[in-house]
Each structure stands twice: as C-alpha cells, then as structure tokens.
Ligand binder design. Structure first.
Ligand code: C5P
Length: 429
C-alpha cells in the first residue's frame, strides 16, 4: 500500500485519459492524496469537473492562472508531491520533457520538479515506434524516469494494433508503489549490491546481404527479465541484446547489437563482471560469402548458394578465459528432447558453472510455447546435481535464478574458497 503519499498526476491528452479516473479512485482508496494537472488536450477527453470530484481537490490547468499561481504555484505543486506520475504520457508531452520545454502548466511543473517521474505512455503504435519518440524515451530513462507500459494490443482507432496502450491500473499502481517505496538498495543493500552482472539476450541477425539476414524466434523476454530482476537485487547490470521488440529494462546499461561477432565484442568490452549469463539465442553460423550489394534475382541465373561458417561460441569463450573469467558463468540450453542429458553435456562442453535448460519443443505443455511466450519451465543444472522448477512466468524464473545467484555468491563469500571479484576467478574450470 502506498498510503498517505502525495501524488501529483499529470494527465496528458489522449483517449486513455479516461483510465485516470479509475487510477485516481484506486489511489485514493489506498489513502493517498492525489492532485491533478491536466493539459489543454486532456480536457478534451475528461473534464476537470469529474477529476475534481474524484480527487476532492481543485484541478490545475493553466500556467497563467493568477489565482492558482498565487495560491500554490507550479514550483510548489511539484515540490509538494512524493511522486509525480504522467499518465497518459503523449508523444508530445514526452518530447517536451526530454527537451526541457515549459510552455504550459504540465511541462512547467515537470521541469520544476525535483523528482524523477513515473511515465505511462499511451499513443498510436506508429507514434510510439517513431525514432523521435524512442530517442525521447531513451533520454528520459537516462534522466531517471521510470516507464510503465505501453502495452501491446488493439488501439481505440479501428484497425490499429501494436505497442501504445496505456498500462492497466494495477500496473500503474504497482509502478507508483515501487517508486514511492525507496529502492531496496537505498535502505538495505540488495543481495547483489556491488556486483556487476553481464547478460546476453535475444536473437542475433546474421546478414546475407545488406537487406537479408538469418535469424531465429528468440524474443529476449527471459534475458530481459533476468536483467530486470538483477537490477532490483541491487546489481549493476549490462544487458547486451540482439534485435528484439521489447523495451530495455529500467536501470540496466543496454548495448544493442546485431551479430554474434558484435555480441562477443560487447561482452568482452563489458568485463570484468562477477556473473555472466548467456541467455541469447546466438546464431550458430554466419554467411561467409556475404554480399556487399543486394543479391539480385535474375531470370535463368543460378540460385545463390550460401556458404556458412561457425560463429564464435560466446559462452564457451568467456567460460574458458584464463584471466578475467566472471566468478559465475551461466548458460542456457534450449532443447527439444533428452533435456537433462543434453544440458549436462553442455555444462561440461562449454565449461560453464550452471546451465538453465528449457524444453522448447512444440509439446512442452506450455501454452503458446516457450520461445516468444511469457512462461517457462526450466531445470537448473549444476556440477553436483539439478533442480526441476515448476512452470512459471519468465519473470518468476528470473527472480528465482537471481536468488540462487545471490546465495551462491554469499556462500562463496562465507567459505572464501571461490572468491568472486571484479577481476573474476582465473582458471576456475
Ligand atoms: O550450443 P547451444 O547454442 O545450444 O548453447 C546454448 C548456450 O550457449 C546459450 O547459453 C547461448 O547463449 C550460448 N551460446 C553462445 N554463443 C554461441 C552459441 C551459443 O554464447 N555462438
């Protein structure tokens, strides 16, 4: 429960603004005081009167309203809040925030605020995906903002679907609660505080020519979830991701790559690390005779033959480092049969400390499948045995794995036999 917090809600102009009425009710039910600033456009979607009735407060709408300014003023409005929430955050409002513009009450309050806001975007998917919006999102994250959503789905406009829906009210409340409760690391250090965790995630794309590539179905959801869980556990996290359609996790340093070779270079550049987790579905081969120009389809000409050469095995390369090997190296194994047997062999062959094995077969029993889906059923294989976990969400797998990582480092610290450090353990395998 947030309870007794002073929440300043900035409502932007979008069809999703109606959800704010429900948000206000739920926040007030929890004993919070909610003050609201509405942009001019927001007032086209919900009226200040209904917002005022639900907040039991006056609603602030105008930068140049002398009465408002005399009574409270835009500086005090932002300072007298424990948390500032922008929902729905339109592309326009986010652009203003990213640039530091202050030409209406909402943007002036945000600029005058001394708190990093919680931002819940909602807009047409094309506006969300526009590079300009994505640049602004990156900037706002770098400035410390917490993002919740947008969710993917049908839009209010007929026939439009994609990322851009305002997060649901429970998600908004959870994000607000997380922000208003000081992060674990600020109060008691998280179990991975002071640790550097490097994670690979997603697929790689191996170019055939400048327009075509070889890829796979990895979504990056599991790797990104581990990054998020490690951040929450207080770690410094470097996430190296292949091309994915999901957002960068808050609080992690994200490096975006395309090919296996780039991924290996990024991992090497990110070391030293205490823990390295190789979750990415790295392409096993790349095209040797890659064209500099688009391969043309010509009538009567021979069908092009692709010559493949092996990609570097990033996990095996890092696990076999004699200098600077991370203290704990974890690999993943996606198998379709004899899961435990193959995974145990992989643990030995790759020289890693743990393997997280999952069943990616069509008959895994997981609705929608593991690859691309939100659920997973894994076995955690270590040198001295294995655990089989029940089916759970990828975020739960991530949390459970992070807990095991923290315990393992704790045991190391206690026994001082295997001492993980920023320089790693030399020749551990
Ligand atoms: O050999 P296989 O692809 O099944 O091994 C899977 C594990 O190895 C995963 O942890 C994956 O991230 C890692 N891997 C890698 N580089 C490769 C191939 C796999 O890091 N080229």
């Amino acid at each position: 429960m947030v309870n007794n917090r002073r929440i300043l809600l900035i409502i932007g102009g979008g069809i999703a603004a109606y959800k704010c009425l429900e948000l206000i009710r739920r926040l007030r039910e929890r004993g919070n005081r909610v003050r609201v600033v509405m942009t001019k456009a927001a007032q086209q979607f919900v009226t200040p009167l209904s917002v005022s009735a639900l907040t039991n407060e006056r609603v602030f709408t105008d930068l140049f309203d002398l009465d408002d300014e005399r009574e409270i003023g835009h500086i005090r409005l932002s300072r007298e809040a424990d948390v500032v929430v922008v929902a729905p955050a339109t592309a326009d409002l986010m652009a203003k925030m990213a640039l530091g513009l202050a030409n209406d009450l909402a943007s002036a309050v945000l600029l005058a605020s001394d708190k990093a806001p919680v931002i819940a975007p909602a807009m047409n998917p094309r506006m969300w995906q526009n590079p300009a919006t994505q640049r602004n999102v990156t900037q706002l994250k770098a400035d410390g903002a917490t993002f919740v959503g947008p969710e993917t789905g049908e839009m209010a406009e007929a026939g439009e679907a994609g990322p851009g829906r305002l997060a649901e009210v429970p998600e908004l409340i959870a994000a607000i609660e997380r922000t208003t409760t000081a992060p674990a690391s600020a109060l008691t250090p998280g179990p991975l505080a002071g640790r550097h965790v490097v994670i690979t995630s997603g697929p790689t794309h191996e170019p055939i020519d400048p327009v075509r590539y070889i890829a796979n179905r990895s979504s990056g959801k599991q790797g990104h979830a581990i990054a998020e869980a490690a951040v929450k556990a207080g770690a410094r996290v470097t996430l190296i991701s292949g091309p994915v359609n999901i957002a960068d996790p808050d609080g992690a340093t994200c490096v975006h790559v395309e090919t296996a070779a780039q991924m290996l270079a990024a991992v090497e550049a990110a070391l030293p690390a205490d823990i390295a987790i190789f979750c990415a579905a790295v392409a096993d081969w790349r095209v040797a005779n890659r064209g500099g120009q688009k391969i043309k389809k010509q009538k009567g000409a021979e069908v092009p033959r692709l010559e493949l050469v092996p990609n570097p095995d990033i996990l095996a390369t890092i696990a076999s480092l004699s200098k600077g090997r991370p203290g704990l190296v974890i690999g993943f194994a996606a198998e379709t049969e004899n899961i435990l047997g193959h995974a145990q062999a992989k643990l030995r062959n790759k020289g890693c400390d743990w393997i997280v094995a999952n069943d990616v077969s069509a008959d895994s029993g997981i609705a929608g499948g593991v690859m691309g889906g939100d659920r997973n059923s894994v076995h955690l294989i270590k040198a001295d045995g294995h655990q089989s976990w029940p089916e759970m969400g990828k975020d739960e797998v991530a949390r459970a794995l992070v807990e095991q990582m923290a315990n393992s480092l704790g045991e190391d610290r206690r026994s001082s036999k295997r001492k993980p450090s920023a320089t790693g353990k030399a020749g551990a395998k």
